[in-house]
Design a protein around this ligand. Structure first.
Ligand SMILES: Nc1ncnc2c1ncn2[C@@H]1O[C@H](COP(=O)(O)OP(=O)(O)OP(=O)(O)O)[C@@H](O)[C@H]1O
Ligand SMILES: [Mg+2]
Length: 363
């Protein structure tokens, strides 16, 4: 895979603005990060930082710091196409670019986040069906863990970013969803067997859900510290939200869960009054709704199609600046909820197992 390079101006924009340029240059001069390298861009040679340097810069100067304790997030709402997977992808890539060791757990049979993290790259172009079948057969996932045919670390695959890992979605998720209905403590399997063990090796675990209430989703809700739930700024989401929030509250009470619910308005349109009115209504009436929002637009769509986060794809553009606001706010809410739930966490820094997650010992 070709290495991607980012100019000083782009890196500053990725992490919050041009005021960071001087600090980045200071890090470069002191040798804390690698020096910019020359790379070819079309007919020209330019200077830039590689993605490994980027995560060191993000860790020191960025807006998404490591939390006081390992954290699990569930991205879910009962509406399709409202940017759940896009949010999961942006959270995951942005966190990894800030040095957080991050693992995405795909829970949607559609496999969007698995595709977005480049897992299927090259398969379509391969002329060799046997190679494709062999690769697909080799792919292990949550149902193999459930059946005890592999250990958890064997299901984790690397991505193009050194801090970002994935448990890919496989077609057997359908069977797993069924199997989960037939076991004792059926809502707790994912938490006990997957997410809690992952939290010993990762700073952040992100679960991308399908738009349905099913066993995989309820397992994800039980396993999360915070729910990140998109609120589409369109009229047909309005009714859906009322039903969803009622279901959610009932489920939380029944299961005695105290995860934080963070609602993120998505797909608002700058030139539609109705969309602006819905956005204002959400902000005023939905408990846990953030001030930021993700606009409907080509830059965001392109970024997701290219499997990039907004800050990588269009640093400095409105879509990127808005997601910085959104993710900063989400980050602050998560941190507040961690210290509310476990006040002692605010004063200590946990130490994560530093070994490569695929190789380290898991029990
Ligand atoms: N800012 C944006 N504006 C408009 N479209 C976008 C934007 N960002 C991403 N998209 C596109 O919107 C589509 C739906 O997004 P996404 O897959 O994230 O939704 P989802 O809620 O996960 O859907 P599903 O319920 O099917 O899992 C994708 O094709 C994505 O590329
Ligand atoms: Mg999705």
């Amino acid at each position: 895979m070709n290495e991607t390079y980012y100019s000083l101006k782009k890196v500053a924009a990725m992490f919050g603005g041009q005021h960071l340029k001087e600090d980045i240059t200071r890090l470069e001069q002191s040798g804390e990060i690698g020096a910019q390298v020359k790379f070819r861009s079309g007919a020209l040679y330019r200077k830039g930082f590689s993605s490994n340097d980027i995560s060191k810069i993000g860790e020191k100067l960025g807006f998404f710091k490591t939390f006081n304790s390992p954290t699990s997030l569930c991205v879910f709402t009962t509406k399709g196409g409202v940017l759940k997977s896009t949010l999961a992808l942006n959270l995951a890539r942005t966190a990894a670019l800030h040095g957080l060791k991050t693992c995405v757990v795909g829970l949607d049979i559609q496999g969007d986040v698995t595709t977005a993290l480049g897992f299927d790259d090259g398969l379509e172009d391969s002329a060799d069906l046997n190679y494709i079948l062999e690769k697909l057969n080799r792919t292990k996932g949550l149902s193999d863990i459930f059946n005890n045919s592999i250990r958890l670390n064997e299901a984790i695959v690397p991505t193009d970013l050194e801090n970002l890992f994935l448990i890919p979605e496989t077609p057997e998720l359908v069977a797993l969803n069924d199997s989960l209905s037939n076991i004792n403590r059926r809502e707790f399997w994912l938490k006990e067997k997957v997410i809690d063990p992952l939290k010993q090796h990762f700073d952040l675990v992100i679960m991308d859900c399908s738009p349905n209430w099913n066993k995989l989703t309820t397992n994800a809700l039980v396993a999360c510290d915070a729910l990140i739930s998109p609120l589409e700024c369109k009229i047909n989401n309005f009714r859906n939200f009322k039903v969803f929030s009622k279901f959610l509250e009932e489920f939380k009470q029944e299961m005695r869960l105290d995860f934080e619910s963070i609602f993120v308005p998505t797909r608002y349109s700058l030139n539609r009054k109705l969309s602006q009115d819905i956005l204002s209504w959400y902000r005023e009436n939905v408990d846990g709704c953030i001030d930021g929002a993700i606009r409907e637009g080509v830059s965001g769509e392109e970024a997701t199609a290219l499997n990039k986060s907004f800050i990588e794809h269009c640093p400095g553009k409105p879509a990127s600046n808005e997601i910085i606001e959104v993710l900063s706010e989400v980050h602050r809410r998560i941190e507040e909820s961690i210290s509310r739930r476990t006040p002692e966490a605010a004063s200590w820094q946990y130490s994560r197992n530093q070994a490569n997650p695929q190789e380290s010992s898991w029990r």
